[in-house]
Ligand binder design. Structure first.
Ligand SMILES: Cc1cc2nc3c(=O)[nH]c(=O)nc-3n(C[C@H](O)[C@H](O)[C@H](O)COP(=O)(O)OP(=O)(O)OC[C@H]3O[C@@H](n4cnc5c(N)ncnc54)[C@H](O)[C@@H]3O)c2cc1C
Length: 413
């Protein structure tokens, strides 16, 4: 009996309950692909080449921010895809949401006006907000008319967010906020900030003394100081001096902010799919370049090396996509991916660096051209500068590795 025959007689391995559920969900793949086709058709009408080029000509700091496009998405009903229908969403599956995020990223569609509100604020308000807060904010988030920056990090509290020091004290019927936040992306453009503040200084463990507030960024006492990042966008230091907000600005219970922050994380994980769409787009541009150059001798000198690099990157991008879809399937089967999401974030984030560096190896110094006419892959240089977001923003790669080892593999902290 040949090895193949022997193998074919072996019983397939027993499937765990997760795998059974995942297989069942995979069979629904056709509807996901139909949704993908619908998205592409809509994008062709609403984000055609001409509009995309006009947007690309904006200064780097303004790219990605397009209130009109956000309103159009809202009018189509494509903001809040995963939200419950009872709150105006579509209850679309995580797989649909992933495909949506990936397709819009691939098309370079600008989502920053509404994205944090949709992915972080909305789901947290649905889970923890009061009926009044939901009535006030959810409809305008769904219309694409509400923008929000995230005020978590401080100079001494990034990876260890629980040690944050910005504080809020109750005085009469108000909360008075004092402190300073760092790195808030889009705080110079957004209307509101989603702020984590300490409401109990002696809480043990420290994360048990944190509360979350949603407040307008034009509240008296807030100062916003934007800084330019190496990838051409601003992020801001925001300072809070005697900032008075009503009790209704608090989301969730007093000192219950940690649960509010972590409950929004599952939705935030969808954003990793966006990165895969971006990587695929830049990779396809690199391929286009080499395909177009096939007839010219200039790129063929190191052909074997070139092919090996391209093949390796293709495999990595496909692996990142599989990570992302596995998270979607786990969510769909009712499990919150924790270490799986950390693996995805780490792998896709670091792949952004590898693709940027690999692309430069492949294209040589021409790969550094971006705005200039004749740039072989105009997006590549920016992708590399932006890769700091993939390996630091939203939790560093080192922290993701720790999560995999402790939460995933059960090793002691
Ligand atoms: C592009 C970008 C956009 C961002 N946007 C926002 C935003 O909108 N809102 C916001 O609130 N924040 C934002 N941030 C901040 C981001 O969340 C923090 O930078 C991140 O959490 C890391 O914190 P830190 O910079 O204080 O580094 P630190 O926590 O001081 O870490 C420094 C180094 O030590 C390592 N390290 C720390 N602890 C451990 C550990 N336990 N084990 C192993 N290694 C460790 C880290 O991996 C890192 O290499 C943004 C950051 C970037 C880069």
């Amino acid at each position: 009996m040949t090895l193949l025959e022997t193998a074919s007689r072996l019983r397939p391995p027993e499937l765990g309950p997760d795998e059974v559920r995942l297989r069942a969900i995979r069979q629904g793949g056709n509807s996901v692909e139909a949704f993908r086709a619908e998205i592409r058709e809509w994008l062709a009408d609403h984000w055609g080449e001409e509009r995309a080029i006009r947007h690309r000509r904006l200064a780097e700091r303004d790219r990605g921010w397009d209130p009109e496009f956000s309103r159009e998405l809202g009018a189509k009903g494509w903001i809040g895809l995963g939200w419950p229908k009872a709150y105006g969403g579509q209850e679309r599956s995580p797989a649909d949401q992933m495909v949506f995020v990936e397709e819009l990223a691939y098309a370079e569609a600008p989502l920053q006006v509404h994205q944090m509100a949709e992915m972080v604020v909305g789901p947290a308000l649905i889970a923890h907000g009061t009926p009044e807060q939901r009535a006030e904010y959810l409809p305008c988030i769904l219309r694409g008319e509400f923008s929000c920056a995230l005020g978590y990090s401080e100079s001494e509290a990034g990876s260890d967010l629980a040690s944050l020091r910005t504080r809020a004290e109750r005085v009469g019927e108000k909360w008075i906020i004092e402190g300073e936040k760092m790195w808030a992306t889009n705080a110079d453009k957004a209307s509101h900030i989603w702020l984590a503040a300490r409401t109990d200084r002696s809480a043990e463990p420290p994360h048990a003394g944190i509360s979350v507030f949603l407040l307008p960024l034009d509240t008296p006492g807030i100062q916003i100081r934007p800084s330019m990042s190496m990838y051409g966008k601003t992020f801001s230091t925001t300072t809070y001096q005697d900032v008075a907000v009503p009790e209704t600005a608090m989301v969730g219970p007093v000192n219950g902010g940690w649960r509010v922050i972590t409950s929004a994380l599952a939705a935030e994980r969808m954003l990793i799919g966006r990165l895969v769409g971006v990587l695929q787009r830049v990779f396809d541009k690199i391929l286009d370049h080499f395909r177009a150059a096939e007839s010219g001798p200039q790129h063929l000198g190191h052909q074997a090396d070139t092919l090996a690099k391209i093949g390796g990157l293709a495999a990595d991008i496909e692996a990142a996509r599989q990570f992302v879809f596995r998270n979607a399937l786990l969510l769909q089967s009712g499990r919150i991916p924790v270490h799986e999401a950390a693996m995805t974030k780490m792998f896709a984030g670091e792949l952004q660096e590898r693709l940027g560096e690999g692309g430069l190896d492949l294209l040589g110094s021409a790969g550094l051209l971006s705005e200039e006419p004749g740039a072989p892959v105009a997006e590549l240089e920016h992708l590399l500068r932006h890769s700091i977001m993939g390996v630091i923003g939203g939790g560093t790669s080192e922290i993701q590795r720790n999560i995999i080892a402790t939460r995933g593999l059960g090793l002691p902290r």
